[in-house]
Design a protein around this ligand. Structure first.
Ligand code: CAA
Length: 312
């Protein structure tokens, strides 16, 4: 059966594939494709592989894919050293992950999690391609933290099988996953995404497709205001971080957290929140924008609010 989607989104001429039979369930999800091997993509790959899923990790180049696999091995080695995993568990997890630069290698996966740069045009093009490459039954999910999931769903002929599965940084450690429900998604898809997250050992929450979802809508005004406080000379970086850890029990202060998330990602999140709500709390503080231009992106570039060169 092929239905035709009329009058919704730019690709309203697309043939919408019929929803898969109700009997289909996540129990049939065995292979997961991850697109993007940045902090989040590699963390999600580690999470899924250690939970028992076969993982195809697609990077833009084979060199990056190889480097990501090497970093994954190091991370698992550390867990063996700490006695958190046996050497056999490490080897099994590593054996489940393939690194590739070929998007075509995602044919045959049951679930794709897109985790590329927070740029709507890039993601739309990718969903378009993923829709062509992957099997009809596959769920296409995005790890976006702020962009409209519906825009990605409408790039495909399967908007009922597109949702958000949003992990937190560092993905192997943080227990939360936000399941994002665009207007078009089916209950079966959301249930399958929930099963996947739970099998990964996470505690999922469900949220409407609205910029920032739950966590970032609340977290980023706080982070932005911390930069404002520092810019105004109210206190030093160290003292603001110490205050929020000691005074509120947060595991990291706002500047250590901004450096962990990445200043470029943080700016993209604030810009997307501001674009949707026009709330001044979401208007990025000038210093943050200037630091991104200066390529002071946090841990990933070695310099952010703090200097990481000596710690590498
Ligand atoms: N990968 C795998 N494991 C990691 C890790 C990583 N990247 N980073 C830390 N860990 C593990 C460590 O191995 C350690 O495990 P054990 O205790 O079993 O040995 C554990 O996490 C704790 O790590 P550390 O002892 O080194 O350091 P810590 O106690 O300071 O914890 C932290 C580090 C887990 C990052 C903690 O500081 C924390 O929870 N910070 C807050 C992080 C946060 O708020 N994240 C959300 C960001 S917002 C976001 O992600 C949304 C978005 O869209 C941008």
């Amino acid at each position: 059966m092929v239905a035709v989607c009329r009058g919704r989104g730019k690709r309203s001429d697309l043939a919408v594939r019929a929803p898969t039979p109700l009997a289909w369930s996540l129990m049939s999800i065995a292979r997961v494709g991850i697109v993007g091997s940045g902090i989040m993509g590699s963390g999600i790959a580690e999470t899924a592989a250690t939970a028992g899923f076969e993982v195809v990790l697609r990077s833009r180049s084979q060199t990056t894919a190889d480097a990501t696999l090497a970093a994954l091995e190091k991370s698992l080695d550390r867990q063996v050293d700490k006695g958190k995993r046996t050497p056999e568990e490490r080897d099994q997890a590593l054996g489940r992950v393939t690194g590739t630069s070929d998007l075509g290698a995602l044919k045959g996966v049951d679930l794709v999690i897109e985790s590329v740069v927070e740029d709507l045009a890039v993601k739309k093009e990718l969903f378009n391609e993923l829709d062509r490459i992957t099997d009809d039954h596959a769920i296409l999910a995005t790890n976006t933290s702020t962009l409209p999931v519906i825009e990605l769903a409408m790039q495909t002929g399967r908007p009922d099988r597109v949702c958000g599965i949003h992990f937190f940084n560092p993905a192997p450690v943080m227990s939360l996953v936000e399941l994002v429900r665009p207007l078009t998604v089916s209950d079966e898809t959301l249930a399958a995404a929930r099963d996947f997250a739970e099998t990964c050992g996470k505690s999922p929450v469900e949220v409407k497709d609205q910029a920032g979802f739950i966590v970032n809508a609340l977290l980023f005004p706080y982070l932005n205001n911390a930069v404002r406080l520092y810019e105004q000379g109210v206190a030093s970086l160290d003292d603001i971080d110490t205050a929020m850890k000691g005074g509120c029990g947060f595991p990291m202060g706002p500047f250590a957290l901004l450096d962990l998330v990445g200043l470029d990602t943080s700016l993209a999140i604030l810009d997307a929140l501001y674009a949707e709500f026009r709330d001044p709390n979401y208007a990025a503080v000038p210093l943050l924008r200037r630091m991104v231009v200066a390529e002071q992106l946090g841990r990933k570039s070695g310099q952010g609010f703090f200097d990481y060169h000596a710690r590498k």
